[in-house]
Design a binder for this molecule. Sequence first.
Ligand SMILES: C[S@@+](CC[C@H](N)C(=O)[O-])C[C@H]1O[C@@H](n2cnc3c(N)ncnc32)[C@H](O)[C@@H]1O
Ligand SMILES: Nc1nc2[nH]cc(C(=O)O)c2c(=O)[nH]1
Ligand code: SF4
Ligand SMILES: [Mg+2]
Length: 211
Amino acid sequence: MSYAVKEIFLTLQGEGGQIGRTAVFCRFTGCNLWSGKEEDRHQAVCQFCDTDFVGMDGEGGGRFTDAAALANAIETTWGTRDAQQRFVVFTGGEPLLQLDSELVHLLKQKGFYIAVETNGTLPVPDAVDWICVSPKAGAELVQTCGDELKLIYPQEGLNPQDFIGLKFTTFRLQPKDDAHKQEHLQKAIEFCQNHPIWHLSLQTHKLIGIP
Ligand SMILES: C[S@@+](CC[C@H](N)C(=O)[O-])C[C@H]1O[C@@H](n2cnc3c(N)ncnc32)[C@H](O)[C@@H]1O
Ligand SMILES: Nc1nc2[nH]cc(C(=O)O)c2c(=O)[nH]1
Ligand code: SF4
Ligand SMILES: [Mg+2]
């Protein structure tokens, strides 16, 4: 199978349980909850997306004709850094529209620890090491277990407490970044303090000005 990739870049994981760790980010093109076009945002299932996942024109992006070609590009982006620490984060868009076990296994063979950021509407392939699910109001949740559930807060019609029975190791609340982000941050802090099972998750890459 071929893969449409928006961008591949080296950065630090800015969010969640792997925060601060040097990572290759592979951002797939396309999402099942929004076309990515601004004119469609108001009618999308997911309306607060902070990401450009349209096209294949980003740094290191393009059409990869097979899993080996994409795995090699990820390995090249990691470069000569300590091979013991190899870490890749698949995101998007929605990575599970394209990430398959062939690609996962090739990267495991290269020694990568593999993380995925998903909206939870599609199942995660076996052998992924770190599953971060970020449910969206109005979208069916299919992937109901994983390492972290990272809920963007607030979302109309979603009560964080309704997720607590699911099989996730940690539960995080990430303030929605939009024109009202300061209010959302204050509400998220208050919610975490009153419901301590929830840990606050900040988008630290935005705070420090890295991609
Ligand atoms: C761009 S999404 C791509 C992965 C996948 N489609 C998903 O939604 O989880 C990556 C992460 O950014 C989060 N995110 C997107 N827009 C955001 C915003 N405006 N404020 C805070 N987090 C946001 C998502 O919930 C997800 O955890
Ligand atoms: N540094 C950095 N960390 C991230 N963690 C999740 C991200 C994403 O867009 O999926 C992201 C991102 O875009 N940049
Ligand atoms: S599901 Fe993820 S990638 Fe898709 S629009 Fe929402 S935040 Fe963006
Ligand atoms: Mg991001």
